[in-house]
Design a protein around this ligand. Structure first.
Ligand code: AP5
Length: 181
């Protein structure tokens, strides 16, 4: 699941993983759990995440590969937030094979809507990286580091783009339709 912060990757991934019966594997959720549990990884990641920068590739990739060894991921997985740059895409392929990503779903939402959703969540849930300044950096990091993956997967004929504007269930209908095509 690809897309900028606030595009609805986590929301749609949770629905889709449930519908298909595969695990929803979110590197952001895993990192936040490490921060909450005050693990060594969490201590290394906390400040980086609060600024909206990317946690070093080798730390995130090692965490993800451990997770994918678990028995529930044997028949497939839905990745949310990984890979986050071409180096991570390469690391995943080196570890799991060139066809480990069957399909990348890119969710597209205009920037004003992204900002409004994240500021809304900031008021409701107070997530540490939903401040105005950090949201701006997260959007910049997405443009420079993650957006090149759109071309990467398009070039491998493994990309579908979905309009992420509108109600959650409307977007989910589009995601499901794109997968069925
Ligand atoms: P991560 O948790 O992946 O955050 P993100 O990419 O910034 O994405 P968000 O969770 O903010 O948005 P989303 O697209 O999932 O949308 P959501 O469904 O939540 O990463 C956090 C940090 O961890 C990174 O900045 C980085 O530091 C680190 N990290 C993670 N992965 C990494 C990696 N691979 N490498 C290095 N570092 C990594 O929805 C957002 C809000 O909008 C919610 O309030 C939701 O209710 C609402 N919403 C959703 N859909 C709709 C809709 N259709 N209409 C209205 N509101 C909606």
């Amino acid at each position: 699941m690809l897309g900028p912060p606030g595009a609805g990757k986590g929301t749609q991934a949770a629905l889709l993983a449930k519908a298909i019966g595969i695990p929803h594997v979110s590197t952001g959720e895993m990192l936040r759990a490490n921060v909450a549990d005050e693990t060594e990884l969490g201590k290394q990641a906390e400040e980086i995440m609060a600024k909206g920068d990317l946690v070093p590739d080798e730390l995130v990739t090692a965490m993800l590969l451990e997770r994918l060894k678990e028995s529930d991921a044997v028949c497939g997985y839905l990745l949310d937030g990984y890979p986050r740059n071409p180096a991570q895409a390469g690391a995943l392929e080196a570890a799991l094979g060139a066809d480990c990503i069957e399909l990348a779903i890119a969710i597209e939402v205009p920037e004003e809507e992204l900002i409004s959703r994240l500021l809304g969540r900031s008021e409701e849930q107070g997530r540490a990286d939903d401040s105005e300044e950090t949201i701006k950096n997260r959007l910049d990091v997405y443009s420079s580091e993650t957006a090149p993956l759109i071309d990467y997967y398009e070039g491998r004929s493994a990309l579908v783009s979905v309009d992420g504007h509108g109600a959650v269930d409307e977007v989910f209908t589009r995601v499901a339709k794109a997968l069925a095509e």
